[in-house]
Write a protein that binds this ligand. Structure first.
Ligand SMILES: Nc1nc2c(c(=O)[nH]1)N[C@H]1C(S)=C(S)[C@@H](COP(=O)(O)O)O[C@H]1N2
Ligand SMILES: [Mo]
Length: 466
């Protein structure tokens, strides 16, 4: 349909004249004193002429696509910690049935977690403007009065409360964890995990209730209200009309004159999302985009040289003492009753291998592939007689405090020939901040699995702490 025909139609459709102010029936039901509705007295009068089912539906579709991706990548992030191996890996030990989907996290492809978590965090940040716009578009409904009209209405309101509360909670905890990871010591994981289940439950209920209407709204191109994406994108503010009032109650009864068009509103939200993408995505995509990742809390300037890539917690913040990683450092390898204690030169004399692997943190940032050099975890298992079928391993750091000082790796991870106890990176010894004298590096896994300043490897599950 061309712009010309739209104008003809627009001219022939009934004009909606706002009723004179103060006249007409009270906007909402509720006790009135004189002419003043007690409920609505102190609420703002929502009068934007842009509000209506069409704009709400456009934002809804974006969220309908984005939120399931966020949910699935979030669940994957939990699975990636291999929480079933040991309580030490499990940041949400009381998950119960909610862990039904867990599986052993694979080591292929080696960039798996880099992808899933990069998508999770980047998409979460990029959807913030869309979420806010969607909330803005339905805000009169959220403050609908009286709050509860019947049992069914009450249930619907409760599901909306869980939906909006859950959405805000998930986005706020997620963004805060990425930006200030020490804000929720330990508690971020269960908060974000349980919040996700509450939110997705309310989300599914909401979609089931509203999807038919959303589809109808976006398909509708009647003479009475010929609003579709193409015509709307050609309509400037001056020609922007309110939608016809309908059962949704989103269209204001006394719309104000337009100050912007719907395309302006969509452009503003789109531009907001695009800007957030540009200042975030570089932290996981890397390359020349890395320099633009202004919102990336880590490693905008990771220094140069072989060790010049992002650092999560350096030696100081992990409270590593010089003497713990000096010449007195020893690596203890255990397996059943057998034990082997090695100095760093002894470790360095074991067969050495290289692997090009990234570090991909739960916070969304990741490095490009680094060239690690060290001893295969499987070869270390062989030192204690477990070379034929290396079992899972429990890794401990010299670090005394902090949640990431130990971790368990699955047998599958131990057996991958790219899984190393690394001594060197990019042709140089590890720097103290990157885990000197030795650190774990495993393909496909979250950064937390790559324990730094390793002190002990305990193969086989029988003696692990519980
Ligand atoms: N001992 C110890 N190892 C650790 C951590 C830690 O806090 N302590 N942090 C982990 C996390 S969360 C990440 S993302 C990676 C980061 O490694 P890098 O600092 O070398 O980039 O190390 C992991 N290894
Ligand atoms: Mo991390």
């Amino acid at each position: 349909m061309g712009g010309g025909s739209f104008r003809v139609r627009a001219a022939t459709r009934p004009t909606i004249r706002p009723p004179p102010r103060g006249a007409g029936p009270p906007c909402r039901t509720g006790p009135t004193v004189g002419r003043v509705n007690v409920f609505t007295r102190f609420l703002p009068r929502w009068r934007s002429p842009l509000r209506g089912p069409w704009l709400t539906s456009v934002f809804a579709v974006a969220l309908l696509v984005g939120i399931p991706v966020l949910f699935v990548t979030g669940l994957l992030s939990y699975a990636a910690y291999n929480p079933e191996l040991t309580p030490v890996n499990d940041k949400t030990p009381d998950k119960g049935l909610l862990g039904f989907y867990l599986f052993s996290w694979p080591t292929h492809p080696y960039w798996l977690y880099r992808l899933t978590q990069g998508v999770h965090v980047t998409l979460g940040i990029v959807l913030v403007p869309v979420l806010l716009a969607k909330l803005w578009s339905v805000v009169p409904k959220l403050f609908e009065l009286p709050p509860v009209r019947s049992v069914v209405h009450g249930l619907e309101r409760l599901s909306l409360l869980l939906l909006v509360g859950g959405a805000l909670f998930e986005f706020v905890t997620g963004v805060l964890n990425v930006q200030l990871q020490y804000l929720f010591p330990g508690s971020f994981y269960p908060l974000h995990f349980y919040g996700a289940w509450v939110f997705i439950g309310a989300f599914l209920a909401h979609v089931a209730l509203r999807l038919p209407r959303t589809v109808r709204t976006l398909r509708r191109r009647s003479l009475r209200d010929p609003r579709d994406l193409r015509t709307e994108l050609r309509t400037p503010a001056a020609r922007t009309r309110p939608e016809l009032p309908d059962a949704t109650g989103l269209v204001p009864r006394d719309p104000a004159p337009p100050t912007t068009s719907r395309r302006g509103a969509l452009a503003m939200v789109g531009l907001g999302s695009l800007t957030l993408f540009v200042v975030t995505a570089g932290q996981s995509i890397g390359g020349s985009l890395r320099g633009t990742a202004l919102l990336a809390p880590h490693g905008r300037d990771p220094g140069s040289g072989p060790n010049g890539f992002q650092i999560n917690k350096g030696m100081r913040s992990a409270r590593i003492q010089e003497r713990d990683i000096g010449p007195d450092w020893r690596l203890t390898v255990r397996g059943g009753a057998r034990r082997s204690v090695l100095t760093r030169p002894q470790v360095a004399r074991l067969p050495r291998h290289t692997a090009a692997l990234p570090i991909a943190c739960v916070e969304g940032w990741s490095t490009s592939d680094q060239e690690w050099e060290g001893v295969r975890l499987a070869d270390l298992a062989a030192l204690v007689g477990l070379g034929d079928a290396p079992p899972a391993v429990f890794v401990e750091s010299v670090q005394r405090q902090g949640s990431f000082r130990m971790v368990a790796l699955s047998a599958e991870q131990v057996r991958d020939p790219r899984s190393l106890l690394a001594l060197r990176v990019n042709g140089a010894d590890l720097s103290p901040d990157h885990g000197y004298p030795a650190r774990v590096i495993v393909p496909g896994a979250p950064g937390v699995m790559n324990t730094k300043w390793v002190r002990q490897l305990n193969f086989g599950e029988s003696t692990w702490p519980t």
